[in-house]
Design a protein around this ligand. Structure first.
Ligand code: ADP
Length: 754
């Protein structure tokens, strides 16, 4: 998708100027979530609430009215709903209040600790600052002195318009041309490396995310998890990597035909780094794979095609969900409560030889379907070729679908996918910002593309590292005249996601994750309802906005659901071992000596596994991975190869039947030898534990030494070099690494704690 600078001025006044259409809703509506009330789905709070829909008599047909309705929808986002899904995901249910508008004087209703308070609100230009009274007290120095959060948007590219709107809503300060002094937040349009000179603050991209989310790497990461947890990771279609696994793929198709001659399976071939449907085609025979020869061979993934997707209006559609990875260590994941659905433009039929090439029937990509004459641009959220996810959920709920279960399955798919990606991301992170080197901390919005099968099972299609954040689309306004016009559906969803991501990354958040009292947050949009609730002091920001903005549209799912998913983090624990032995020079590959050191320190070598076999294992696996990744930039064993070696070692040592048990048991052995399961602890905790242990160990060694030799001083004991592979040697090295790492992680912790 090309970048262009289209100026679409955010119109913050529309909602208020369209006063006629605004309806004052003063009653509180609680969505009934009992099965009998399946017509009231647990729609995300940012969805036009039932109150908004019922209360407005505005027809959706006219563009202006639809637009004003869509603004209403945004306002309604301040409503809050609560529905417990199978994993306890809560979507808000309180529907808030709207503003009265009477002769320029707005009567504000604030729900506060169960009471509805009324107060007058002053209109100042085009913004309305609505806060509890005490925040306006002159004595509140903190508020007056607070500097706005600064955002460098010079590299934002296509997300610029939505970003500008978000910054404006937050009353933060934008630096469109960059800034000589450091900014709090850097917004990159493509990658972490859009600007390589950042040494502090926060960047909206992780190093390595683009690589990790290419189709081959994503397939590999999910395959590894599938090997360990076949039941849990069955949401990704079976995939083969081309050209490497062409023979296996071919054999698989032959096998399927032998077992059931009538079964006509279809497969989809996707180029490794393709996007927007580019280069994708469907096949039914292995021979139909278009493999170029030799070095021209284009890497791709061939994947089982989901033949029976869920249809709406006879059309195939997919879901785009926005997911914020707020931090890797400890892992923090948020899911946007609202997403988009993208529809095909030709009625769906199960694949047959005649329709395999019908792009508008099989591929849901917006970029492709928008070229079809059947594409419907609509300002309504529930019609047209691009709709909100919640409108689709409403529709499904009206047909009796258990949408709580659908949501719950989607959330669990997202968490499992991120868990699969994190280990490799940590390696990239350490390589790009080596311990000791000053650097920013990172966060990233990802775009998850999900298909629902006819049986309502969510299937992951891909994860986008750079989901489009455009809020405008090209439209033919007169014959042959094209213009970029604002897309209300995109705007409604994407501006919230960006704005609330920024709110969560606010450097002023205190250690409980509270937003700052006022100044760093901004004014409410016109017509926004403030819902303040008294709550315990450690509430997450999404539960306690407290800054005059609508309730966050992003919902924390991790660490919230850590307990349910922690057992899946085996590869993450393997990555922690890998990182310990990697060293701190920005490497991503383990050399043969480091691998031997790992074996020795974990005491894995014995008569069944002499060091000579260890060397052979290393050479074998490393060679194979070097050939398959076609990446000779750096020699050595990467994390994926290390994981494979670990699986092999686990299989040799353990008699357990399941790979996951074998791996868990080997991890325990290794962690016990390396001082306990540090990986289960956050970095900071691990560091202090490590430091405390090495300190007490040092003291114990000193005591032992002084007992043995009364003449030796305690300081002399520290001069004894430890044996090459005593646990102390790597521990001290690690301790050193982690001290450096701690300084690197400093800014993040500061952000959370200040
Ligand atoms: P790209 O990054 O090029 O958009 P995707 O993996 O998203 O590649 O695939 C493009 C489209 O192809 C998807 O939006 C979806 O409609 C369809 N598609 C992809 N994989 C499958 C699959 N396994 N089964 C059915 N449809 C698929």
């Amino acid at each position: 998708m090309s970048d262009h600078a289209v100026k679409v001025e955010p119109d913050h006044t529309t909602a208020s100027s369209g006063d006629k259409d605004n309806v004052v809703v003063t009653e509180e509506l609680v969505l009934d979530t009992s099965p009998a009330a399946s017509l009231s789905p647990p729609v995300p709070s940012c969805v036009p609430s039932a109150a908004g829909v019922q209360g407005s008599a505005t027809p959706l047909a006219s563009k202006d009215k639809a637009r004003s309705r869509s603004k209403m929808g945004r306002d309604d986002r301040s409503t809050e709903g609560k529905v417990n899904t199978d994993i306890g995901y809560a979507i808000s249910t309180h529907v808030g209040k709207h503003l009265n508008r009477l002769r320029g004087e707005k009567v504000l209703q604030i729900k506060c600790a169960g009471r509805v308070m009324q107060g007058k609100q002053e209109t100042n230009g085009n913004s309305t600052h609505q806060r509890p009274r005490d925040r306006h007290e002159p004595g509140n120095k903190h508020q007056r002195k607070k500097k706005p959060v600064t955002v460098d948007t010079s590299k934002a590219k296509t997300s610029l318009e939505a970003l500008k709107m978000s910054i404006k809503q937050l009353k933060w300060k934008e630096f469109p041309l960059g800034r000589r002094a450091a900014c709090d937040i850097y917004w990159h349009g493509t990658s972490f490396h859009d600007n390589d000179h950042i040494v502090s603050g926060q960047v909206n991209k992780f190093p390595g995310m683009i690589e990790m989310l290419k189709k081959i790497n994503l397939s590999r990461a999910l395959r590894t998890m599938h090997e360990l947890f076949p039941e849990e990771y069955n949401f990704y279609p079976r995939s083969w990597i081309l050209p490497d696994e062409y023979q296996q793929f071919s054999a698989q198709i032959r096998g399927l035909k032998d077992s059931d001659a009538a079964a006509h399976r279809t497969f989809i071939v996707k180029p490794d780094s393709g996007s927007q449907g580019e280069g994708i085609y469907l096949i039914r025979e292995a021979s139909e794979v278009r493999l170029a020869a030799g070095s021209q061979a284009r890497q791709a993934v061939v994947q089982e095609y989901v033949q029976r997707p869920l249809l709406i209006d006879k059309l195939k559609f997919d879901i785009r969900l926005y997911v914020l990875v707020k931090a890797l260590e400890p892992l923090q994941i948020y899911i946007a409560k609202e997403g988009l659905t993208r529809f095909c433009t030709e009625p769906y039929q199960e694949p047959n030889q005649k329709n395999l090439s019908h792009v508008f029937m099989h591929l849901t990509n917006y970029s492709l379907n928008v070229q079809s004459d059947n594409f419907v641009h609509s300002d309504s959220q529930s019609t047209g070729s691009k709709r909100t996810f919640s409108s689709v959920l409403y529709r499904l709920a009206s047909k009796g679908v258990d949408i709580k279960k659908v949501w719950s399955d989607v959330i669990s798919l997202v968490i499992k996918t991120v868990i699969a990606l994190v280990p490799e991301l940590k390696v990239h992170y350490q390589a790009d910002i080596p311990p000791g080197k000053p650097g920013p901390t990172c966060f990233q919005i990802l775009g998850f593309d999900i298909l629902l099968t006819k049986n309502l099972k969510p299937v992951l299609l891909e994860v986008n590292s750079n989901p489009s954040m455009r809020i405008e689309h090209e439209q033919e306004v007169a014959p042959g005249v094209f213009e970029y016009v604002s897309s209300p559906v995109d705007e409604d969803v994407k501006v919230c996601v960006i704005r609330d991501t920024l709110r969560l990354m606010d450097p002023g958040l205190n250690k409980h994750g509270h937003p700052p009292p006022a100044g760093g947050g901004g004014a409410a949009q016109q017509g926004t309802v403030i819902t303040t609730k008294a709550g315990p002091p450690d509430k997450a920001p999404e539960e306690e906005p407290g800054d005059g903005l609508p309730t966050l549209c992003l919902k924390q799912v991790y660490p919230k659901y850590t307990k349910q998913f922690q057992y899946l983090c085996l590869v993450d624990r393997i990555a922690t071992l890998f990182l310990r032995f990697l060293g701190i020079k920005g490497n991503m590959r383990l050399g043969p000596t480091a691998f031997r050191t790992f074996i020795r320190c974990c005491k894995l070598s014995n008569s069944n596994l002499p060091m000579a076999s260890v060397d052979i294992l290393y050479i074998d696996i490393t060679r194979r991975w070097a050939a398959s990744t076609q990446d000779s930039r750096e020699a050595g064993m990467g994390l994926q190869a290390f994981v494979e070696a670990f699986f092999q070692l686990a299989g040799r040592r353990s008699k357990a039947a399941l790979l996951r048990d074998q791996v868990a048991s080997l991890l325990e052995v290794c962690e016990a030898h390396l001082d306990g399961p540090l990986s289960a602890l956050p970095v900071a905790a691990a560091v202090s534990l490590e430091d405390r242990r090495s300190l007490s160990r040092g003291r114990a060694m000193a005591r032992e030494a002084s007992k043995l030799s009364p003449s030796s001083s305690s300081s002399s004991s520290t001069t004894h070099p430890p044996p090459l592979c005593s646990p102390a040697a790597p521990r001290r090295a690690v301790s050193h690494d982690q001290r450096l790492q701690r300084s690197r992680h400093g800014p993040l912790r500061t952000n959370l704690e200040n």
